[in-house]
Design a binder for this molecule. Structure first.
Ligand code: NAP
Length: 250
């Protein structure tokens, strides 16, 4: 069985680890190429490719040309294009598809969450008065905050951001997972008054929410974008079980 995993998430990495125990399945892990030094699999039945396919048609071509028998879309819950491309390409090529979509974070007692739809609503919620804002929305969307230069931003990203869109912001690099204690220390040191985050879900970056709750800091949380319908797994393990089933149906 030959499969393609559209990756870039901890679930994709976990699935790759599970596949190392299944030499009868050969897999290709596909990455968009946004992270400069991605962690790539070592197992001999898994190879890595990097870069786009050229839309849904390009992906369908790849599926047909490489004779892929199952497609796993394990891109980030906020990836806008790839899930739709995967759905269309799988249909064109007649390849079974499953999405891995981790559950959203849910508010708990003591959380001060302001739930919004997008970055423009984040800015509206922040208001006109200058605030200290810990911004964790990812480097591709920072430019949207340049219209609100009155705030003091702390920006965290995995790789160093070369073209920094926010003048006067503090930029730091760090790779998740983070601990609650280190998140609290960072927020205290910066004097964070707001934390801005996408509702990504998962454990790797959840510590910031717990830290904010314990420090009484409000979190402005951006809701997930619209997703295509289709077969869905919440974890890598569930996707692995589906693959084993697909294989026995072959
Ligand atoms: P996107 O809107 O879904 O993707 C934009 C384009 O990048 C796609 O049309 C595709 O190009 C290419 N692409 C995306 N994922 C790919 C993959 N796994 N393998 C090969 N090409 C891929 O997603 P995005 O928001 O730009 O994010 C890019 C990547 O970063 C995704 O893999 C996502 O999982 C990861 N990521 C995103 C976020 C976020 O908040 N958006 C956060 C963490 C990680 P073609 O059309 O040419 O095939």
């Amino acid at each position: 069985m030959k499969i393609l995993i559209l990756g870039g998430t901890s679930e994709a990495s976990e699935l790759v680890s599970l596949l190392a125990e299944h030499p009868e399945i050969t897999a290709t892990l596909s990455l968009a190429g946004r992270t400069r030094a991605p962690i790539t699999p070592k197992a001999s039945n898994i190879k890595t490719r990097i870069g786009g396919f050229g839309g849904a048609a390009g992906l369908a071509n790849y599926l047909e040309h490489e004779e892929i028998s199952a497609l796993i879309c394990a891109t980030h819950p906020f990836a806008r294009n790839m899930p739709f491309n995967a759905q269309e390409a799988a249909k064109i090529a007649g390849v079974p598809l499953i999405f891995i979509l981790r559950p959203q974070w849910q508010a708990e007692n003591g959380d001060k969450w302001i739930e919004v739809q997008d970055n423009s609503q984040v800015l509206a919620a922040l208001g006109e008065e200058p605030k200290n804002v810990f911004l964790t929305v990812g480097s591709m969307e920072l430019w949207q905050y340049s219209t609100a230069p009155q705030h003091r931003y702390l920006v965290r990203s995995i790789d160093e951001i070369e073209e920094k869109p926010l003048m006067g912001a503090t930029y730091i690099t760090a790779r998740p997972p983070f601990t609650v204690e280190s998140e609290k220390e960072l927020m205290r040191e910066f004097g964070a008054e707001y934390v801005i985050s996408k509702n990504s879900g998962g454990s790797a970056t959840r510590a910031k929410l717990i830290a904010a709750r314990e420090l009484g800091i409000p979190v402005i949380l951006i809701a997930r974008p619209h997703r295509p319908s289709g077969k869905q797994a919440a974890t890598a393990k569930e996707a692995m079980a589906w693959l084993v089933e697909e294989r026995s149906d072959d």
